[in-house]
Design a binder for this molecule. Structure first.
Ligand SMILES: [Zn+2]
Ligand SMILES: [Zn+2]
Length: 153
C-alpha cells in the first residue's frame, strides 16, 4: 500500500516576529518619515549612506501579524530625514563651473573676461594690461554682463 506523498509546500521559513532584527510595519501603519527606496527615488533622494531602518511588510503578511515578513516582496524603509539629494542639480554645477572659469579668465584690472585662462598667479593681470596694449576684441567677451551658459568644451 503506497504511502501518500507528502505535499511539499513552497514556503519561506517562518520566523516569529519577535526575532525580526528590524521593526516591521504594514502599509497602513507605516509611520511618517519612513519611505521605501522607490519613494526616495521619486523625491530625488538617496539613502545617503544609511541602511534600511525598518521593513515594510508584504500584503500577504497583513494576515499574519505574529510572523516576521521575510518575503521577497517586502520593502525596505529608509528615513527621509537621513536621506540626501541624489545629485547636485545640473544647473548649479554649471554655475559653479562657470564661476571658477570666470575667476581664472577675468582680469582684475580691466575686468575683461577672456576666452582663456590668465597668468593671474604670476602676472596678476592680463597681457594687454601688463604690457600696455589694446587686446584684440576676439580674445575677450564683448559684453561685460556675466556669461550665463558657456561650458568649456
Ligand atoms: Zn511577507
Ligand atoms: Zn587687464
Amino acid at each position: 500500500m503506497p504511502r501518500p506523498r507528502k505535499k511539499r509546500r513552497r514556503e519561506i521559513k517562518k520566523v516569529p516576529r519577535s526575532d525580526a532584527t528590524l521593526p516591521e510595519y504594514d502599509r497602513r501603519t507605516c509611520p511618517e518619515g519612513l519611505v521605501t527606496r522607490r519613494q526616495l527615488r521619486e523625491k530625488g533622494l538617496s539613502p545617503g549612506g544609511h541602511g534600511p531602518v525598518a521593513v515594510l511588510r508584504c500584503k500577504y503578511c497583513a494576515y499574519r501579524p505574529d510572523q516576521s515578513c521575510n518575503h521577497p516582496t517586502r520593502g525596505w524603509l529608509y528615513r527621509v530625514d537621513l536621506a540626501r539629494p541624489k545629485r547636485v542639480p545640473t544647473l548649479a554645477q554649471e554655475w559653479a563651473l562657470d564661476r571658477a572659469m570666470a575667476a581664472r579668465s577675468t582680469c582684475p584690472e580691466c575686468r575683461r573676461r577672456y576666452y582663456f585662462c590668465l597668468p593671474l598667479r604670476t602676472q596678476g593681470r592680463c597681457d594687454p594690461c601688463d604690457k600696455g596694449y589694446e587686446p584684440s576684441p576676439d580674445t575677450y567677451f564683448a559684453s561685460t554682463a556675466p556669461v550665463t551658459h558657456r561650458l568649456a568644451a
